[in-house]
Design a protein around this ligand. Structure first.
Ligand code: 5GP
Ligand code: MG
Length: 188
């Protein structure tokens, strides 16, 4: 259980490790291989959805680069109104992409697919900008929580209906820097 982080973090947020650093690194490499096989262009545009995807995005683009894919990076920010660990059902675009997406091969990357509202909005917005090829990639998927019908093209791991933190994901602003993905425990 998370040597090196223990006391301070664990008293702040009680959690249980689901995927450790080694498992995540191996899965990210596999995802990069799958994506690189499908890509119609060696210079895709990888669009990360802030904030939760920033660590996954960083590892994924470096895994792609090791496979001789030269990704360009853009970012967008989409968020549910309100905060904490409950999804309100309303999703808003806070930051749009800045690069030209017309005729590009695009991979849209998010940390976790939950109700599906965020990725669905982000995908519709990107699609409207005219990419020639558009795929979605998420590190984590909570299929049991889906409220809108969307499936990601590339999924790292499925998780049950728990609140996960670490590897970019937070709970009320905490836990993003944990090197592993963990489930927040009740009272944590
Ligand atoms: P959706 O729009 O699919 O309901 O939610 C997706 C977004 O909600 C994710 O990009 C993430 O920011 C946040 N989210 C959903 N479930 C979790 C979770 O278990 N932990 C964390 N930290 N964020 C989550
Ligand atoms: Mg997010």
């Amino acid at each position: 259980m998370g040597e090196g982080w223990d006391e301070g973090q664990r008293t702040l947020l009680k959690h249980r490790i689901l995927f450790d650093e080694v498992a995540i690194a191996a899965r990210v490499d596999q995802l990069a291989r799958e994506i690189s096989k499908d890509l119609p262009s060696p210079a895709p545009l990888i669009v990360g959805i802030l904030t939760g995807s920033f660590i996954f995005l960083a590892d994924l683009v470096r895994a792609l680069a090791r496979l001789n894919v030269e990704p360009q990076i853009d970012l967008m920010a989409v968020s549910h109104y309100g905060a904490a660990t409950e999804s309100s059902g309303h999703v808003k675009l806070y930051k749009d992409t800045t690069l030209d997406i017309t005729a590009r091969a695009v991979v849209l990357v998010d940390d976790i697919l939950d109700t599906g509202r965020s990725l669905s909005l982000a995908r519709d917005l990107v699609r409207a900008k005219g990419p020639i090829w558009l795929r979605t990639c998420v590190l984590l998927d909570k299929p049991s929580r889906r409220a809108v019908p969307i499936k990601a093209d590339y999924v790292g791991f499925e998780v049950p209906d728990v609140w996960v933190i670490g590897y970019g994901l937070d709970a009320g602003g905490q836990g993003r820097a944990l090197p592993y993905v963990a489930a927040l425990e009740p009272g944590g």
